[in-house]
Structures are given as structure tokens and as C-alpha cells.
Design a protein around this ligand. Sequence first.
Ligand code: NAD
Length: 354
Amino acid sequence: MSKLLNVGVIGVGGISHTHMPGWQDSEHAQVIAGSDINETGLSAWGKQHNITTLSTTVEDLLGNPDIDIIDICTPNMYHTELVIAALEAGKHVICEKPLAPKPDDIRKMIEAKNASGKELMTAQHFRFKGSSQAMKKEIDSGVLGDVYHARGWMLRRNAFIPTPTFIEQKHSGGGACIDIGVHILDLTLWLMGNPKPISVSGTARTELAHKEGQFSKWRMDMDVPDTWDVEEFANAFVRFDNGATMMLEVSWLLHHDTQGEDMQCWLYGTEAGCHWPSTQFLESNLESKQLYNRHLQLTDDAMEAHAFECVEFARALAEGRPSPVPPEQSLDVMQILDGIYRSQEEGREIRLDS
Ligand SMILES: NC(=O)c1ccc[n+]([C@@H]2O[C@H](COP(=O)([O-])OP(=O)(O)OC[C@H]3O[C@@H](n4cnc5c(N)ncnc54)[C@H](O)[C@@H]3O)[C@@H](O)[C@H]2O)c1
């Protein structure tokens, strides 16, 4: 077997812990170092995962010739600088979603990736669930015909993380759009075959967050801080260059009937339709005038999706294949989300850059 790829993790907060089982189970990679500006958190993370090469200075990881992959898990607004520095240091990079809240920053990352010859992957873990992988395979076999419309939504009722990482613009770069819109949009576009978005019309609003006594059922110990300056709700209508359209709805706070979150997407094609995550495919036989619904046969996921995405990145690198979630696709996602903000500001449909 070839040498294990060595991984350095930057930003060892909440999400980094979900990557660790993947690196531990990977046949191709292992974590050897971690970095965080918070020394106490870094030391606790090191003890928990048995990692002893720890530094509060990212340059120590970027300059370490033994490290092959940098895994970036910092808040969104620190991704661009770190991704570019890691690529320029000759490392492959996996970076948490969103790659960056601004399309221009993703363009800079793509330039740095192309100049470095290294791979860059966005950690869009929903693609790595068993239901997603099975549906993608089935859709790519052509059963839907031409997909001409899709609907995607990720709606939560009082369910969000009320920390600066998520609710302060200067750290997050946006609210529900950037935090969860990025998930359902990436998944829906990927299942559709990544058509090129050409325009978006949408709204991005904060209607409930600042109400007295507002709360998140995930963090009943915390009040919603006054520093909240991002949107809680967004919707959009998107057109693609192949004539297809999509409708999107996202919210952290909505009077919507759901216990945890309601995340679904529907694809409608000329031959059939399908629904995620149920893996239901809807077909018809017009000769016998019959309508059919069928589900794909799934086995239980062997690994949680945040972990599996790390396994798959290392496998792709070891086998010389490209990034399983290329930044060019994340640029399309972010052009749409950024377009929603511009559409809200300007009150009109926004043409997206080609
Ligand atoms: N895929 C998912 O389901 C999912 C879920 C939650 C968060 N995320 C993403 O993960 C990222 C981090 O979120 P989190 O919940 O782990 O946040 P967090 O606040 O729990 O952790 C962030 C960590 O980064 C550290 N940090 C901040 N700036 C740094 C810098 N410049 N250099 C080094 N370390 C730095 C902080 O000290 C902290 O330990 C965000 O991009 C978020 O969108 C993804």
C-alpha cells in the first residue's frame, strides 16, 4: 500500500470532530497535526483525538513538509486566506462549506488551485449520504429524461446555532442562506447534473430573530444575541442555461411544522420525477395509463457522511482522481446565494456572471 497522506486540521471547533472518524478509518490518510487560535480548545482536541503536534500558528502546519492535506474547519470568513495559503504551500485542501461567502473569493481559490496543481474539495457532506449516492447513480443513468424543474428546501423551526460563527456577518458572511442554503442548493444542483445558473430572483429577510424571548431549541441555555446581523430566511427562483428552473426556500426560524428540520428536494424530468431523501422515483406508462412509484433499495450507511467525505477525498487523491466536490461547482452555488442578496437589495432579477 502507498504511504498514508498526512492531514493537518485548522480550526478544531464543533465540525472538526465529525471529520476525525473519517480520517481515522481512511485507508489512505491520517491526521498528524492541528491548529487553532484558541489554545485551550486546541489542547482539549489534541487530548481527545490523541494528536500531539499542535500549534496556535497556522504557518507551523503550512510549513510542515510532512503534511499533504489541510482540512479547514474555521468560520466561513477565514476560509479564503487559509485555502489560498495552503494551496500555495503545496497542500491538497478540503474546506468546510461554504468555500467562501463571496463568489470572487472562490474565483481566487480556483486560480490558486490551478496554479498549484493540487486538489480542492468543498465539504458538502449531504452528497455522501447513501441515499444521495444511490439517487445520483440512478439519475445519471438517464431515467428522468431532461430535468426541467426542481424544488429544494431546508426549513427549521427555531433551530440554529446562536454563536458568532453563524449569526455575525463578520465571521459567517451571511445567515441561513450561507449556512444551510448552501447544503440544499449544492445537493439539488448536483442531482440535476450541475446545469449553469444564469439568473436569480429572491428575497433574504430577518422577521423573527429579534423578537423578545426568541430562542433556538438547540441552545436553550443561550439568548439570541443582539449582535445578530444576518438573514434568517431566504427564497429564490433560479433559471439555468439549459432552460431548467429551480425554486429554493431556506430558514432557521419559521412557523413551519417540523421537529428538527425539513430538508427535501424534488426533480421533475420529461420521463420521470424523484424525491430526496426518500429515493422515490415517479414514473408513468402512457400506453397502459399507469402511474408508478418505486424506491431504491438501500443498505445502511457504513459511515456518517461528514466522515465519509474525508474518506472519499483521500481515496480520490490516492487514486489520482479529481476532487469529488470541485470548487467550480461551489462557485455556481455561491453565485446563486450571492444573487439572492443582490436581488433583495435591488428588488429585481439578477443576471449571473458566466
Ligand atoms: N457540514 C456541516 O454540516 C457543518 C456544520 C457546522 C459547521 N460547518 C462549517 O464548519 C465551519 C466551522 O464551524 P464550527 O461549527 O466548527 O464552528 P466553531 O465556532 O465551533 O469552531 C471554529 C473553530 O475555528 C477556530 N478559528 C477561528 N478562526 C481561526 C483561524 N483564523 N485560524 C485557526 N483557527 C481559527 C475557532 O477558535 C474555533 O475553534 C464553518 O465554515 C461552518 O459553516 C459545517
